[in-house]
Design a protein around this ligand. Structure first.
Ligand code: HEM
Length: 475
């Protein structure tokens, strides 16, 4: 039985949104497995939210949860060479994403990251701003009908559609060698089927032992790869025959890297699936939680609306919305604090390691220990946050944000493997929120009862049904 805080308005009006209450006692073995499969967010005890680090046994695996920002910096940056991808991630994600950036390791990761980095520069992200706005405006138009009658919309699913449509546009400019709907269904089913934790993963069974939960996934993967290969072949022909006609999207940029010291054709396909897998649901979850949280903070929402109205009325280019909308950005960042889209960043120690705390205490990290950097506990930690469970977006306004330790807030991770899509995601979120909140207001109803559950991302179980009403006509 998990204790639930189902979300409540506190005396001074700050909202404490729904989340499992940290456990006072550790779980027995069977309950631990059940909870890990049902919702890992319900595993963590009260100590994980109060101590700088704790060591625990997870089934047969020694596990160290690290919260101290200095220790996190040690693992993710200073001694990063001593930490590799966790076995569970290797078992779950690697069969799908292969040598895409998220799951590549060693020299292949190094070469790929170097090759792909220029594709994700702020300059390229800015180049996508107009496409992001066009897709978001077209998407918002679909709410007009429901908004006219104050109808209900399903925000969680809708935000996943919106971010998928933005990615499909910025990846391929709509030039996919298949029916778009069939392709989208294929991707959805693939990520859903293959990205699930199977009981055998928790027991660290070798990859060749078949996972019943993933049957059918291999066929979907083959389909996906065939479509991507044909899409790449068509684009290569276009670039060769009419280079000026080729859209400046991810696909053209990635094909420009196809060479020995860049990426192979297979690696380009792996990265296309990786960008979809890593970049669509993460942003979508953060957008849905933001709309939910600000619906409980009407004053803050009005500040956001005022900001959005001014920026759009001024004719500000969408590339500058991120900078010009600090209240919108603060709400989005606070939503990622409370509901980090990537709630756990898992590593394993290759060799024994030592870390000296500022107090002089020495921590020995044994070889093979699983090291968890968990934005979920770190962002709700009693040592590092005032009123950690409440929605207080003002902590991310520029003057207060400067006071945060770089390693106490890690929605995008840190160090060499920091999210390569962070700038893209932030810009996309500002543009999506700007286009939606300019036209509509989203409110909770008694049906809106999201419960945070960790799948690959922090999702709202029960979805996010919200009432939509019209604010302003389209700009
Ligand atoms: C709000 C949205 C997002 C969040 C919260 C997020 C979070 C993260 C985190 C925490 C990591 C680090 C994982 C680790 O160190 O083990 C990561 C890595 C990564 N992300 Fe994101 N991400 C987001 C959006 C995106 C987007 C839009 C893309 C691409 C279009 C993307 C592509 C990647 C890739 C390729 C990696 C692997 C980088 C590497 O290992 O070199 N992400 N992301």
């Amino acid at each position: 039985m998990v204790h639930r805080n189902i979300g409540a308005l506190q005396g001074d009006g700050a909202f404490e949104p729904p989340a499992p209450v940290p456990r006072a006692r550790p779980l027995g073995k069977l309950e631990l497995i059940r909870t890990a499969l049902r919702n890992p967010l319900e595993l963590w005890g009260e100590e994980a939210h109060r101590l700088p680090h704790i060591e625990t046994m997870f089934l047969t695996q020694r596990t160290l949860i690290i919260n101290d920002p200095g220790l996190i910096r040690h693992v993710l940056v200073d001694n990063v060479a001593n930490y590799e991808m966790s076995e569970v991630r290797r078992l779950i994600l690697r069969p799908i994403l292969r040598d895409g950036l998220l799951t590549a390791e060693g020299p292949i990761w190094k070469r790929s990251r170097k090759a792909v980095a220029p594709v994700f520069t702020p300059r390229h992200a800015r180049g996508f701003a107009q496409q992001m706005r066009t897709v978001s405006e077209a998407f918002a138009a679909r709410y007009e009908h429901a908004a006219a009658s104050g109808g209900m919309v399903e925000i969680a699913g809708d935000m996943a559609d919106l971010t998928y449509e933005i990615l499909a546009e910025t990846l391929f400019s709509g030039e996919i060698a298949a029916d778009t709907k069939a392709f989208t269904d294929n991707v959805e089913r693939l990520l859903h089927r293959m990205g699930r934790v199977d009981p055998l993963d928790l027991l660290l069974a070798p990859p060749w032992v078949p996972r019943l939960t993933r049957i059918g996934g291999a066929r979907l993967l083959t389909n996906f790869r065939a479509i991507v290969a044909e899409t790449m072949a068509r684009r290569r022909r276009l670039i060769a025959e009419q280079p000026e006609a080729a859209p400046q999207d991810f696909l053209t940029l990635l094909l420009g890297l196809e060479r020995a010291d860049g990426l192979s054709a297979d690696e380009i396909a792996d990265n296309i699936l990786t960008f979809i897998g890593a970049g669509h649901e993460t942003t979508a979850r953060a957008l849905a939680w933001t709309l939910y949280l600000v619906a409980h903070a009407p004053d803050w929402r009005m500040k956001m609306e005022g900001e959005i109205d001014r920026v759009i009325a001024d004719g500000t280019d969408p590339v500058d919305w991120l900078e010009r909308m600090p209240h919108v950005r603060a709400a989005f960042e606070e939503a990622m604090r409370l509901y980090p889209p990537a709630p756990s960043i898992n590593r394993a120690a290759i060799e024994e390691d030592r870390w000296i705390a500022p107090s002089g205490e020495e921590l020995v990290i044994a070889k093979g220990v699983s090291v968890l950097v968990m934005p979920w506990t770190l962002h709700r930690h009693e040592l590092y946050w005032e009123e950690p469970r409440r929605f207080r977006p003002e902590r991310f306004m520029p003057e207060q944000r400067e006071r945060l330790h770089r390693f106490q807030y890690l929605p995008f991770g840190a160090g060499p493997r920091i999210c390569i899509g962070a700038t893209f995601a932030l810009q996309e979120a500002m543009i999506a929120l700007g286009c939606l909140m300019r036209r509509f207001r989203f409110d909770v109803t008694p049906q809106t009862k999201p419960w945070p559950v960790q799948r690959l991302t922090t999702q709202p179980r029960g979805g996010m049904p919200m009432r939509v009403s019209r604010r302003l006509s389209p700009a």
